[in-house]
Design a binder for this molecule. Structure first.
Ligand code: G3D
Ligand code: MG
Length: 170
């Protein structure tokens, strides 16, 4: 069985913990936010008949600002979800810094998916954060761009599956 460590990174309140809980437990908005430190949840995915992938998924918790703790968090990661909030342009602008910091701390590149979360807030996608800009950023880094909603569950499984495909190739 394939085993991977996946990390979820990005600025505060973009929905990282929500994405993790939606994916692993299919739940939204419980009392998890205060409790989850630099912690992980795991899930086994069947990607083909008789072919399973075990994912250990780490949430940076409320530690986004404490750079010193990041080394443990990043150590041994095979892939990442780099998450911003589609309703806050400032979070998209921080994606490059998050990406380069990850490369710097890890000393190597790993596959990642660029995730624009909270797509449920927009009947007209791209109003706040330009979709082309996000796609272009991802493409430059050989990554995929996916828009998700932890609230509705939209595209959550797809984002993890796409990352699994990239990690298997890596
Ligand atoms: P973080 O782990 O990145 O810090 P959280 O972010 O998962 O704690 O989410 C931050 C806030 O955004 C929460 O709202 C959460 O409910 C909300 N949120 C997360 N994902 C989505 C989404 O896909 N759509 C919408 N509409 N909201 C989302 P509160 O108000 O509890 O702080
Ligand atoms: Mg969180």
């Amino acid at each position: 069985m394939y085993k991977y460590k996946v990390i979820i990174i990005g600025p505060s309140a973009v929905g990282k913990t929500s994405l993790l809980y939606r994916f692993v437990k299919n739940e939204f908005q419980l009392e998890y936010k205060l409790t989850l430190g630099a912690n992980f949840l795991s899930k086994t995915l069947e990607i083909k008949p008789k072919k399973a992938v075990y994912l250990q998924i780490w949430d940076i918790g409320g530690q986004e600002r404490f750079k010193i703790l990041h080394k443990n968090f990043y150590e041994g990661a095979n892939g990442a979800l780099l998450v911003f909030d589609l309703s806050r342009e400032s979070t998209f602008k921080k994606m490059r810094t998050w990406l380069f910091e990850m490369y710097l701390i890890m000393g190597t590149k790993i596959p990642f998916i660029l995730v624009g979360n909270k797509v449920d807030l927009f009947p007209e996608i791209g109003k706040i954060v330009n979709r082309n800009a996000a796609e272009w950023f991802a493409k430059q880094e050989n990554a995929s761009y996916i828009e998700t909603s932890a609230k509705t569950g939209d595209n959550i499984e797809e984002a993890f599956l796409e990352l699994v495909n990239q990690m298997i190739k890596d």
